[in-house]
Design a protein around this ligand. Structure first.
Ligand code: GDD
Ligand code: MG
Length: 334
């Protein structure tokens, strides 16, 4: 089975982390998001993945130079300009020569979904397109469906106004599609699968959906990116584990590191403490500094106190300085 993975977004909500690394290449539990995602597709029977890239293919090509990731053959489809989700799927499918039932995944979603089970459901329903669903308390930030008892989707609404959602079942970002869906997407144009294609397929009665209670998280916001890391180190994923402190990290013998992920090359100084945080490769935490509930790529000076912060590769907190609830460098500064 072949798959298209959408990785062409700008990762705007994860800035400043995504200033230096595209969102799918950010590590979650020491391993890039894309690799964890492809591993799960492979478990479900996917043997070839085409990455639908909108820009900057270099970091991906460099990370998987042999054209392979988690035992799966990797291809790259680089759009001449961002084509939005459906446009990107059409472009990538054409690049890969896809002409049979295939899988699509949003590149920022981590899930333990049994993808083979979703494909079996799709075939049993003779669906044109099938969506994986997850129930969430606040669905308005997602695609939301109205579902019939047999799993047929009556209506698909992308990001409905709060209070108008037809259910609490959201599009979890893994699809099984027939090639006929591609024929519905005009070539070379910006088209959203959520706003144009799914509503059209639903209107023709061919859109189905399967809800599961698997682990599921969209890593697209800093607090969720942090949560994704902590979930893995806490052992909350069915297949995925990680070492909390990478062998290549330099952590002082008397530093306290609790409930955190420390990447290779990160440095934690003498007497420092780190809690519920992610230190990415290259992060530096000075002597006696305190870091909590933060994601750090940059430098934290000696004796600093950092809470609830996101520091990009160029972000820093000076010696003795306190920072709370900040992003540095400020992604909104012009
Ligand atoms: N190649 C390419 N080109 N990829 C794109 C483009 C594009 O123009 N635009 C977006 N993508 C990719 C993003 O990189 C991401 O992996 C995926 O498409 C979805 O885009 P997001 O920007 O992350 O969308 P979202 O999180 O707001 O909403 C989507 O995911 C939700 C579940 O997490 C939608 O599919 C919702 O319906 C869904 O509920
Ligand atoms: Mg997303």
């Amino acid at each position: 089975m072949r798959a298209v993975v959408l990785v062409g977004g700008f990762g705007t909500r994860l800035r400043p982390l995504t200033n230096s690394i595209p969102k799918p290449m950010l590590p979650v539990g020491q391993v890039p998001i894309i690799e964890r995602l492809v591993e799960n597709l492979a478990r479900g029977g996917v043997t070839e993945v085409t990455l639908a890239l909108g820009f900057r293919p270099e970091p991906f090509v460099a990370a998987f130079p042999d054209g392979e990731c988690a035992g799966v053959a990797m291809r790259y489809a680089v759009e001449p300009e961002p084509l939005d989700t459906a446009g990107a799927i059409r472009f990538a499918a054409a690049t890969a020569g896809i002409d049979d039932t295939f899988v699509v995944a949003n590149g920022d979603v981590l899930t333990d979904l049994d993808v083979g089970g979703l494909v079996a459901f799709h075939r049993a329903k003779a669906a044109e397109a099938t969506i994986h669903l997850i129930a969430v308390p606040d669905p308005s930030a997602f695609g939301v469906v109205a579902l019939q008892d047999d799993g047929r989707v009556e209506r698909f609404v992308e990001k409905p106004a709060p209070g108008t959602e037809p259910s609490n079942l959201i599009n979890a970002g893994t699809y099984v599609l027939e090639p006929s869906v591609l024929a519905r997407i005009p070539a070379g144009q910006r088209v959203s699968i959520e706003r144009a294609t799914f509503p059209a397929v639903a209107g023709d009665g061919g859109l189905f959906a399967m809800a599961t209670e698997d682990y599921w998280l969209d890593t697209g916001r800093p607090e969720l990116y942090l949560a994704a890391n902590l979930d893995i180190v806490r052992g909350l994923r069915r297949h995925d584990r990680c070492v909390a402190i990478a062998p290549g990290a330099q952590v002082a013998a008397d530093a306290l590191v609790a409930d955190s992920v420390v990447g290779a090359g990160a440095v934690v100084g003498a007497g420092a403490s780190v809690a519920r945080s992610v230190l990415l490769p290259g992060a530096v935490v000075g002597d006696r500094a305190q870091v909590a509930d933060s994601v750090v790529m940059g430098r934290i000076g000696d004796g600093a106190d950092v809470r609830d912060c996101v520091l990009g590769a160029d972000g820093s907190v000076g010696p003795g300085e306190r920072a709370e609830g900040e992003k540095r460098p400020d992604p909104d500064a012009t």
